[in-house]
Design a protein around this ligand. Structure first.
Ligand code: ARG
Length: 462
């Protein structure tokens, strides 16, 4: 049995079982909310003074005590106690020890239910802002790589089969667009995060004359949550943020998968700097893309956290239930994991380069120019479906002779379609193909330069 008296133990005759105490503590993981908890307590005590529920001197003592506790936590000298359960009780308990009665007024018109909801929202707000910065930074790294490889032509794939030639920057900017939507999602989620539950009390609000608008404003929230039950009951924003994290992970995992493939001998599209590759303990020749494999692998735990929070919240009646304590570890780990994955992906992006020689050597394979040849016939007046059939036959001939299309003789082209003239050779080969793309958002040099110019101005902004 725990021998320390709990702050809530008035009605109890016996202490809490040690087993239960250890099972139900959250200080081991919610201590990371100390700063937000102190911020909330400072705003709350300021408001209590305005409401006539605390004197200015008492508030000053509370603030000084909280500041002292904060420095001790940051210096690593504060003693976190499991018997005080969570971050709220640890700080309040320590404050009472230090300054006595003024600290006993701090929990006036407040419950841990609105307190934890406030702390987590403040924490999420900061984390969202940090994630948005990280995403921007990764976009910059991708953009730098795109600029360095402006003229690199890659085989584009569908079904992982060679399809049409594309410019490397076009491919890289597709990742950047995915990441942009992630930023939008985070920004959208932030609007719902940034509302204040403080002053909702346990669930019903309070009979005391508090001013929830004041604390909301002081803490930088957009507004107080209008329903006190919803204020302590809502965990939608946590689900949303983990969901946004899961989508970011999915994007990073797709990118990781491609880069792992690209680093292989079979593709040979990228060269990794030694600083971002790892060796094998047995095979001396190996140089592995481990960081990107781990980015791909860590997606699993983020998806797991999403399933976890969805399951924890299902079936819970309105208002606070202790089950909610289980929302924190999934949230923290999803945020930590995605942050680290963004960071390592950026590090990788900054330390790879395209293997131009290898890429170019294989561009003749896969008849990447076949669709452009069909477009050529369309320009000559043939309906597209007929052009498709003609080119299909030409590809068949080329495959049988193991030749690229541009190595067939004009007479062979003309045997299939008499609309074909000498100028067909200006349409064949990947270089000719790529420069002919001109539709909005396509892979031609013009549209790609437009995309890059648009990105450049966005990336030089905030
Ligand atoms: N540690 C709790 C949590 O994370 C704080 C709120 C506890 N409230 C309560 N009434 N037991 O959810």
């Amino acid at each position: 049995m725990s021998n320390q008296k709990k702050l809530w133990s008035g009605r109890f005759e016996k202490g809490l079982s040690g087993i239960v105490e250890q099972f139900s503590e959250s200080i081991s993981f919610d201590r990371r909310l100390y700063r937000q908890d102190i911020l909330g307590s400072k705003a709350h005590s300021n408001m209590l003074v305005e409401a006539g529920l605390m004197t200015a001197e008492e508030r000053d003592a509370v603030h000084a005590g909280l500041a002292e506790i904060q420095s001790e936590i940051e210096a690593g000298t504060f003693e976190f106690r499991q018997d005080r359960e969570d971050i709220h009780m640890n700080i309040e308990g320590a404050l009472i020890e230090r300054i006595g009665d003024p600290a006993r007024k701090l929990h006036t018109a407040r419950s841990r239910n609105d307190q934890i909801a406030t702390d987590v929202r403040l924490y999420m707000r900061e984390e969202i802002d940090a994630l948005i910065q990280r995403i921007r930074s990764l976009q910059r790294a991708l953009f730098d790589l795109a600029e360095k490889s402006r003229d690199v032509i890659l085989p584009g794939y569908t079904h992982l089969q060679r399809a049409q030639p594309i410019l490397a920057p076009h491919h890289l900017m597709a990742y950047m667009d995915q990441l942009d939507r992630d930023m939008e999602r985070l920004g959208d989620c932030r609007r719902r995060v940034n509302r204040s539950p403080l002053g909702a009390g346990a669930l019903a609000g309070t009979t005391l004359p508090v001013n929830r608008h004041q604390t909301s404003e002081e803490l930088g929230f957009d507004e107080p949550i209008q329903n006190s039950i919803d204020a302590v009951s809502d965990r939608d924003h946590i689900i949303e943020l983990i969901s946004a994290c899961a989508i970011i992970s999915m994007h990073l995992s797709r990118l990781a998968e491609e880069w792992v493939l690209w680093a292989s001998e079979e593709f040979g599209f990228i060269k990794m700097d030694d600083s971002v590759a790892t060796g094998s303990s047995i095979m001396p020749q190996k140089k592995n893309p481990d960081p990107m494999e781990l980015v791909r692998g860590k997606t699993g735990r983020v998806y797991g956290h999403l399933m976890s929070i969805l399951t924890v919240t299902k079936g819970l009646p309105q208002a606070y239930n202790r089950d909610f304590q289980e929302d924190k570890e999934p949230l923290f780990d999803a945020l930590d994991t995605v942050y680290a994955c963004l960071q390592v992906t950026e590090e990788f992006a900054r330390n790879i380069e395209f293997n131009r020689a290898r890429i170019e050597a294989s561009l003749g394979q896969g008849h990447l120019d076949a669709t452009t040849l069909a477009d050529y016939l369309v320009l000559k007046g043939l309906p597209f479906r007929s052009a498709h059939a003609v080119v299909g036959k030409l590809v068949h001939i080329a495959v049988n002779r193991s030749l690229p299309l541009d190595k067939l003789a004009l007479s062979q082209f003309q045997a299939e379609c008499n609309l074909i003239e000498q100028d067909v050779f200006d349409f064949l080969g990947v270089k000719n193909c790529v420069r002919r793309f001109q539709s909005y958002g396509s892979t031609g040099p013009g549209p790609v330069a437009d995309q890059m110019a648009a990105w450049k101005s966005r990336l030089t902004g905030p």
